[in-house]
Design a protein around this ligand. Structure first.
Ligand code: 3H9
Length: 693
């Protein structure tokens, strides 16, 4: 066995050369890996004993793609095309032996080989679109030749991998190999095909693309069907164009189109943002003062106090992964209603085929309802999910402190109250933590894990690990009003409300935010949540536009009217009634009305968010800027291609943000101040990403 370089070896067994790569953790195609493949193939070709070559990886996976950390560096030799050419140009057949995930450049390497074999658990995909890119090493040209343009379009624009059986059925791979026998079977396979001539090359397979030629409707229909999903993103459209080139142009020309489009995407801000998010999603789990070997509290049984919308949704998360849940209510009718809603939610999933009725019954059997708090005594984690009232919550925690076994985690789902105050009533404040789920709790991916002054490291580590287990992305934050997400939302809400009084209408503000890429605007979102959240009729004094709307029974979507008017299908339309309410309110307040530009609306809404994020970092409420971005992407639908408010601030430049905030001055409100951290970073020409929380 000969070492090619630090990550590659070439072994010759009889007439087969076995080129093995080993570059943990995921065999990303770094310069060294590319070099190993390039030189390894050349050596195998030069070895007269070798008739065919097997390309295989050690560790948990086949190549998982290009090394994303290299993207910001200049060209490193050998380039992707040089490596791919070495494989495809080999005068001896090359067999890719796939296990784990052949992704991105990894699958492109496999497609440059003459044959592909895989174990059944393997997955193949081109996820570049998730990084704001397209497969830039021939993937958009070879994939449609193997699987046809329709499936190729799906794969490159969704980024979702397919399993080995599907890959076999569609022609992407040639044979399935039993688990655990990949190396030997690959050698056997290579022997079988070693003398097949002419050499098989994917670039020469034209049947599937030729069949689609002259059928532009394939692409037009695909664009139309996915327009909503692709809104705002550049990469899906570029991927489609590249597949179109594969269908309509000869291989070499298609490849040139692919490379040009890849370059454009790579140089743009969208891909930079999406690559940043890729690492942010992995970084968010790392807590500097909570080491990886922190003991974890086993969570075998969960208790939930409150069977309302939040309590029920939270329960589903645990039941879904097989953890039994006991849910407590104060009244039987409320308990029945809560459990009924959970069942209905599950039953809805049977209609879409996600669950069978047997699955529903199994999940419901893991959910026990009770009126007795004492039944939570043996739970490892109890989550309080009742309405937002400090006295009542403290009462529940004082009782839980007496009932629940020592060592268990006592969590609150509060989105508004000071968790240090809640923890102050128990004798074990180190066991208390915030688990702020977002509504609907069974759907939304974000979880804010809120550490108090006393939360212990095992409690924090357990909460983070549990979040992963139930499929959430968790950001660890500190206690402050609104934590990270709602605090930043509040800063925007103040501006949006102020702009109404200055003369902008809700639909103008919403359109600006929607066009920026958010799923819905400020006021449409308020209508959806209900304008009467926290509103008390008896105490209502027409003090805000929102109060006046509630007093007129315009309480949002549920009453058919709020800021907008709604039809039967809940489609919104601008409301003359709301407009009059706003104009009258402004007149009464003596505020002059003016035309606001879309630019002013966007800047005031978004720049105050950047400023609030900087404050959060300053106060060490978040660990790092990218955690704030994770919160806003996953909890509020901030467009991934803009990387989150912090990344967006860095992209447009903090100097510019500060200058604009200063220029708006008193318009931003008498309580508004610029974050000293933001000013400092701007003055030093630095980025929020450079600031540790
Ligand atoms: C591409 O291929 C472009 C081409 O078309 C060529 C153009 C010319 N690079 O996710 P994990 C790190 S674009 C660098 O926690 P898992 C990751 O940051 C690429 N690093 O593991 C983490 O580091 P740390 C297309 C990478 O088991 C560690 O590996 N390919 C890369 O949950 C473990 O990762 C993709 O987009 C990479 N490509 O999941 C695939 N991948 O420990 C991206 C991972 O320091 N990767 N790392 O935090 C994945 O989807 C998952 O990592 C994978 C494993 C499914 C493979």
């Amino acid at each position: 066995m000969g070492a090619i370089n630090a990550v590659a070896t070439l072994a010759v067994e009889g007439d087969i050369g076995i080129l093995t790569l080993n570059s943990p953790p995921v065999n990303a195609l770094s310069q060294q890996v590319r070099d190993g493949i390039h030189k390894g193939i050349q050596q195998a070709v030069a070895d007269t004993a070798v008739q065919a070559i097997v390309l295989i990886c050690e560790g948990k996976t086949f190549f998982a793609g290009a090394d994303i950390t290299e993207f910001t560096q200049g060209p490193l030799s050998p380039s992707f095309p040089e490596m791919i050419d070495a494989i495809e140009g080999s005068p001896k057949p090359v067999v890719a032996a796939i296990h784990g995930t052949a992704l991105g450049g990894g699958l492109e390497v496999a497609m440059a080989c003459s044959y592909r074999i895989a174990v059944p658990s393997a997955k193949c995909g081109l996820p570049e679109v998730n990084l704001g890119l397209l497969p830039g090493a021939g993937g958009t040209q070879r994939l449609p030749r193997l699987v046809g343009p329709e499936q190729a379009l799906d794969m490159v624009t969704s980024g979702k991998p397919i399993d080995a059986r599907t890959a076999l059925a569609s022609g992407l791979i040639d044979e399935l190999i039993p688990e655990g026998e990949l190396r030997n079977s690959a050698i056997e396979f290579a022997r079988k095909i070693a003398r097949n001539r002419p050499l098989r090359r994917v670039r020469d397979m034209n049947d599937k693309v030729a069949a689609a030629r002259g059928k532009p409707e394939i692409f037009a229909d695909f664009r139309k069907a996915n327009a909503r999903k692709f809104r705002g993103f550049l990469a899906p459209e570029y991927n489609i164009r590249s597949i179109e080139a594969a269908v309509n142009q000869p291989f070499a020309e298609g490849l040139q189109v692919e490379q040009q489009l890849f370059k454009e995407l790579m140089q743009g801000t969208q891909s930079a943002a999406q690559r940043y998010v890729f690492f942010a999603e992995r970084q968010v789990w790392k807590i500097p003062d909570v080491p990886d070997d922190t003991p974890i509290i086993p969570i075998k049984k969960v208790g939930i106090v409150g069977a309302g919308t939040m309590g029920g949704g939270i329960a589903m998360n645990f039941v879904n992964v097989g953890i039994p849940v006991t849910i407590v209510e104060t009244r039987q009718d409320a308990l029945d209603r809560g459990l009924g809603v959970v069942r209905k939610n599950y039953e809805r999933s049977t209609k879409s085929g996600k669950l069978t009725m047997a699955d529903v019954d199994k999940r419901m059997s893991l959910l026990t309802g009770t009126l007795e708090l004492e039944r939570l005594a043996d739970c490892d984690l109890v989550i309080e999910a009742i309405f937002e009232n400090m006295d009542v919550k403290q009462g529940v925690f004082a009782k839980l402190d007496k009932i629940v076994k020592q060592g268990a985690i006592l969590a609150t789902n509060t989105s508004a109250l000071d968790i240090n105050d809640i923890a102050s009533v128990v004798k074990r404040p180190e066991s208390v933590i915030g688990l702020h789920f977002f509504s609907p709790a069974n759907v939304m991916r974000l979880l804010e894990v809120v550490r108090t002054r006393h939360s212990s490291k095992p409690v924090i580590a357990t909460a983070m690990q549990l979040a992963k287990k139930i499929g959430k992305i968790a950001a660890l934050v500190g206690v402050c009003p609104g934590f990270v997400g709602n605090r930043i939302l509040h800063a925007r809400t103040l501006q949006a409300d102020a702009m109404l009084l200055e003369g902008a209408m809700p639909w103008q503000i919403d359109k600006v935010l929607y066009d920026f890429g958010l799923p819905m605007g400020q006021f449409a979102m308020a209508d959806l949540a209900g304008l009467d959240l926290g509103w008390v009729k008896e105490r209502s004094a027409s003090a805000t536009i929102r109060e006046v709307l509630c007093e007129a029974d315009r309480r949002g979507q549920k009453t058919g009217a709020g800021y907008y008017d709604y039809d039967e299908q809940r489609h919104p339309s601008p409301s003359p009634v709301t407009e009059k309410i706003i104009r009258d309110f402004a007149a009464k307040s003596g505020l002059p009305q003016r035309q606001l530009s879309d630019q002013e609306i966007l800047e005031r809404c978004v720049y105050v968010q950047i400023n609030e994020g900087a404050r959060i970092l300053e106060e060490k409420i978040a660990i790092r800027a990218s955690d704030i971005d994770i919160v806003w992407i996953n909890g509020y639908g901030w467009p991934v291609y803009r990387g989150g408010p912090m990344f967006y601030g860095d992209t447009i430049g903090l100097k510019h943000v500060v200058a604009k905030l200063k220029a708006y001055g008193p318009k931003l409100g008498s309580n508004f101040t610029i974050s000293p951290l933001l000013e400092k970073l701007a003055a030093e020409g630095k980025r929020l990403q450079d600031a540790a929380g």
